[in-house]
Design a protein around this ligand. Structure first.
Ligand code: ATP
Length: 438
């Protein structure tokens, strides 16, 4: 069994797998009759025309849905909070993005995105755990943990699971990353003020409190300031480069990389401005289909192997820096991205954005994350009233775009936005893209 993501940089890169996933989710999980239900999907603002075209083809030709629409993720997220304007900060697995939205229109030029998100923090945690000399033995290899070990003691006599068949490298890597994510979710934390080694050595354990992490094999380790150090790269990536990581400057953003999105149909999505169609035309960023960090996995490998340092360095570089032709990937931390996004917007709307910062995405659940963002913004933007909206409910935080999309699709005013199968057949994909998704 191979495990791979059909998405690269937040947009679909494997349509065969995506089609199967859609079918599985819609038919098997939701029990929906796809031929009778209209389908709304959400997209990142840097999605490509090629991908939209493919999405429409899958929806109408393969799934045979009667109606279809594609809404922008940040707009849906805002909608889930009952707003039409604000600054959407979405920090997920591969990508962190900051998108100003004005009356339901996403402002592409002033948006920011980077690869300093959950997967990047996983790399820091992996480095910490490896430096501590603990084996990252994932759960599937452990039949019974060793008991009675003190923190710091290594498990040498846990019971290994005998596998019926060899597993693939991608399966093993996935299981290791789940272990790292467990560590991240229970241990990683950020302070209100930036972490530095110096501050950590001066502060007591009351500030950088210790916690014990137990590995599946029964070993356990106690960490204090390290718990904070591994999460700090979300805020100060340039100060915490990993071994083999190069400090590259963000690429210059060219005009053709993308205009203010101003998708004219988006203007209807906040339910307030349903008739305003005459918005400036925008152009979606051009996307490369580079597979990123998943691209160079050897599919024939049957047994998990340790990665060489060179492979790890190459993967890291791919994770953070490649594909930069796709648009403004920055190498700044999340608070600086927010500050830059606000400051690069028209002065008239900055106060509104600062007062409506919506935080979403799984990585924002790292302990202390929203307090730290708030602290950084209050310091950097003293002239503005900062107000952060972050749902306390875990599901709402992770799936705000889905929630907003479902509210949107059930609105009476949204009815006129659906693209019907008849319209698809009569007008054709290219015209629809031009007319309805610019
Ligand atoms: N409680 C938590 N604490 C810290 N990190 C978490 C927590 N829950 C989930 N995550 C991390 O959030 C990330 C997934 O977030 P999310 O589901 O928003 O991303 P995604 O939408 O799949 O990815 P992307 O936005 O990059 O396309 C993973 O890196 C996961 O480890």
């Amino acid at each position: 069994m191979e495990i791979a993501s059909p998405m690269t940089d937040g947009i679909v890169s494997d349509w065969d797998a995506t089609e199967k996933l859609w079918r599985y989710g819609l038919e098997d999980i939701l029990g929906a009759q796809v031929t009778e239900q209209p389908l709304l999907i959400t997209e990142q603002i840097w999605n490509t025309d090629e991908n939209r075209k493919k999405a429409m083809e899958v929806a109408f030709e393969s799934l045979d849905t009667p109606a279809f629409y594609i809404a922008k993720r940040p707009v849906c997220t805002l909608f889930a909070s009952g707003k039409g304007s604000g600054l959407v900060v979405d920090i997920g697995a591969d990508i962190a993005s900051v998108t100003p939205v004005l009356d339901g229109l996403t402002l592409f030029k002033t948006s920011k995105r980077s690869r300093h998100a959950g997967t990047y923090i996983n790399k820091h945690i992996e480095a910490l755990l490896k430096a501590s000399d603990f084996d990252l033995t994932p759960r599937y290899l452990v039949a019974a943990r060793q008991t009675g070990l003190e923190p710091g003691e290594k498990a040498t006599e846990y019971k290994k699971r005998s596998l019926l068949a060899p597993v693939t490298a991608s399966f093993h890597d996935f299981q290791v990353s789940r272990l790292i994510e467990e560590f991240k979710e229970s241990m990683a934390q950020v302070q209100d003020t930036p972490y530095t080694d110096e501050a950590a050595s001066q502060a007591g354990t009351d500030v950088y409190s210790n916690r014990v992490f137990e590995f599946p094999d029964g070993s356990s380790v106690e960490y204090g300031s390290e718990r904070f150090k591994v999460a700090e790269p979300l805020f100060k990536p340039r100060d915490f480069l990993l071994e083999g990581e190069e400090l590259l400057e963000a690429p210059e953003v060219k005009e053709e990389d993308g205009d203010d999105d101003d998708n004219k149909d988006d203007s209807k999505e906040n339910g307030k401005d349903a008739d305003s169609k005459d918005k400036e035309k925008g152009k979606a960023s051009k996307g490369s289909k580079d597979k990123g960090q998943d691209g160079d996995k050897d599919k024939d490998k049957e047994k998990p192997t340790e990665k060489s340092a060179a492979t790890a360095a190459k993967e890291l570089k791919a994770l953070v820096y490649t594909d930069r032709t796709q648009g403004p990937f920055t190498t700044t931390g999340i608070s600086d991205m927010i500050i830059d996004a606000i400051n690069s917007c028209d002065v008239d709307i900055r106060a509104n954005l600062a007062n409506n910062v919506i935080i979403t995405g799984g990585t924002s659940l790292i302990q202390g994350f929203t307090d730290r963002v708030n602290e950084d913004l209050v310091h950097a933007l003293p002239g503005y009233k900062i107000r952060i909206h972050a749902p306390g409910n875990l599901i709402e935080r992770k799936f705000s775009a889905w929630i907003g999309g479902s509210i949107l699709a059930s609105l009476g005013t949204f009815h006129q936005l659906w693209i019907s199968k008849k319209e698809y057949e009569e007008v054709g994909v290219s015209k629809l893209l031009e007319k309805r998704f610019r």
